[in-house]
Design a protein around this ligand. Sequence first.
Ligand SMILES: O=C(O)CCC(=O)C(=O)O
Length: 294
Amino acid sequence: MRVPDRCVVDLRDRGYLIFEGFLEADELAAAQDALWLHYPRPEEYFADPAAHAWLATSQWAGLIRAPWPSWSLNRLAFHPELLDLAERFLGSADLRLYEAELWAKYAGAVDYDQRHHRDFVNHSLVVPKRAHPATQLLTWILLSDVGDEDGPTKIVPLSAGESVPYWPIPGDHDITNDPPGGMFAEEEASMTGPAGTLFAFRSDVLHRGSRMTGERSARFALLADYDAWGPRWTGRVAWAERATQPGWSEIVELATPRERSVFGWPAPGDPYWDEQTLADTQTRYPGADLTPYH
Ligand SMILES: O=C(O)CCC(=O)C(=O)O
């Protein structure tokens, strides 16, 4: 569902938005089914946590990077309404998907509590520019219901968080940007909502992962990070490096030219396309319709 303009205003002014009902029921059901290609269902996990010890090796163990062997998941990373949101927020139609990840967490696997931080530290070589439009957008689609007990992400509104400098934090160690624990307990907002909810925030917003307190909580989300093509100092992935993974060719075959372009695929009309590149690219991706590039 289209993200309302009021949410884009929230993103600009408060630094985050939350929007229930972003995914249609069928999109959500298909994505949830595909999760079990990667993760144990909660009932399986809690029946025997030791059988899934890989999920307990760190609080980031449940991260699985795109592409995934399922179109139902892959397509959500460039969902038309996500692109529409990114275009409105970033002020550019020339969008780059600079990372996409699935993330599963299970109560009791590890302690998921975090201190507040800003994600620019591993999304940019420098610091966020305080300008409109903003340069980076981090989006999360909840694929399970998330309540207060399910380790919701906690986000500090910009107006409260801006008292903390980007770097370094006085009194804290100088190699991360984590403020002391317990800060902003009054101000932070919990990203709770039914499965299919979207939340999004800016790279200059303080936020943190929180502890799962429900005995059998499990939380599943799909993360997609966007900026506009251009800067050399932002980003996380070069998609060519993942272009031999299962799921990649299906993306090329099923995505539209615009959707392909968020990965860096040359647009129709780009001088890259000529008789040779069209023929050889068609050989690499036999099922792809390349007529828009002719
Ligand atoms: O999992 C979450 O809710 C947030 C995690 C996070 O912010 C991080 O690991 O950088």
